[in-house]
Design a protein around this ligand. Structure first.
Ligand SMILES: NC(=O)c1ccc[n+]([C@@H]2O[C@H](COP(=O)([O-])OP(=O)(O)OC[C@H]3O[C@@H](n4cnc5c(N)ncnc54)[C@H](OP(=O)(O)O)[C@@H]3O)[C@@H](O)[C@H]2O)c1
Length: 320
């Protein structure tokens, strides 16, 4: 299988590329930064500029599956101009891909699998969401995901299999939310947010990349939640992180208004509650390696400790 990945240089993309290589899949990738282009036999970079609808169409050569992860980060302050960037980066990327595929007379593309997000589900501490639920959260994130998914759906006229993976809170020590949540805990000032009762539908990064490849290998289409089987509350998540890091938790929960003062509207991400089911992908035969938050966190921090030990050993060797 030859896969074209957009956003391959990001957090999830990095893990996906590693898994593709372990399985012997060739990877082409599109990047907006010319300096990130490398050209190796199984990892070839191509430049694009979705805002100008420019793309190097050689990227499609021999490709059967496109995995679309491109999009400006949502972890920047949501000013009105940056909100536009968040939406347009996603829409322009998809439009650039679709318009160029439609111009290729004999393309070999059998599937597009696009990232989406569980932020589409309405904020609720009681609902348990499946892919069938059609409500949209009344927030900027709900709006982004709704527009993003509609754009993905336009591929139905161009490609046989169109799938969307609604990604939850990705657990990795290399980036995303976990290092940010863990930082105050490591520094002995950790606390849960708000009531702490909000649901966090997390997924280990390795399982998430495996879901993208599972959808590709099994030619699935439609929506799949990219979340682990056991969501936890924010209280539980913070407690488990503190336990794995061997730190005490003694401060009261941080009130919403305080985080709003610091982060602005983006603080919404910390307080929104979405309890999301992974049943649909499991019914297709997918088996999670990381079922529970404590096992996922232990694996992540064990790896981080190993990486730190290797770096310090290398430094010692270099000095001596
Ligand atoms: N991480 C999570 O917890 C999470 C949760 C829900 C949904 N998602 C979604 O999953 C996707 C991948 O997430 P991630 O955490 O891997 O994100 P990431 O680390 O920020 O990587 C996203 C990649 O998108 C590309 N990009 C950035 N700005 C762009 C723009 N204006 N136009 C086109 N491409 C642009 C960049 O690649 P180049 O520099 O190579 O172009 C970047 O490496 C994102 O769309 C994200 O919204 C992530």
């Amino acid at each position: 299988m030859k896969v074209l990945i957009t956003g391959a240089t990001g957090l999830i993309g990095g893990e996906l590329v590693s898994q593709c290589h372990r399985k012997g899949y060739e990877v082409n990738y599109l990047t907006t930064s010319k300096e990130k282009i490398v050209s190796e036999p199984n990892y070839k970079g191509f430049h694009w500029n979705p805002d100008k609808k420019e793309i190097d169409t050689d990227c499609f050569s021999g490709v059967s599956v496109i995995i679309n992860l491109a999009g400006a980060s949502i972890s920047e302050r949501w000013t009105s101009s940056y909100k536009k960037v968040i939406i347009e980066s996603r829409i322009n990327s998809l439009q650039t891909l679709r318009q160029s595929i439609n111009k290729l007379p004999n393309h070999t593309i059998n599937a597009i699998i696009s990232a989406s997000a569980i932020g589409i589900y309405p904020d609720s501490t009681t609902n348990y969401y499946s892919e069938e639920d059609s409500g949209v959260d009344d927030s900027f994130l709900g709006e982004v995901v709704e527009i993003w998914e509609k754009e993905v759906d336009t591929f139905n006229n161009s490609v046989p299999n169109v799938a969307k993976v609604r990604i939850g809170l990705v657990m990795s020590s290399d980036g995303g939310a976990l290092p940010e949540i863990a930082k105050p805990i490591k520094n002995y000032v950790g606390a849960a947010f708000g009531s702490g009762e909000q649901w966090q539908s997390w997924i280990h990064i390795s399982d998430l990349a495996r879901i993208f490849l599972f959808v590709a290998e099994n030619e699935l289409s439609g929506i799949y939640n990219g979340v682990g089987p056991n969501p936890v509350t924010n209280n539980k998540l913070v407690k488990e992180i503190a336990k794995v890091l061997d730190r005490p938790l003694f401060l009261p929960n941080i009130p919403e208004f305080m985080m709003k003062l610091i982060l602005g509207e983006m603080s919404y991400i910390l307080f929104a509650s979405q309890r999301v089911s992974s049943k649909k992908i499991e019914e297709e035969g997918f088996v999670f390696k990381f079922q529970n938050i404590c096992g996922a966190l232990e694996a992540i921090y064990e790896k981080e400790n190993k990486d730190e030990t290797i770096t310090s050993d290398l430094n010692k060797e270099y000095i001596s």
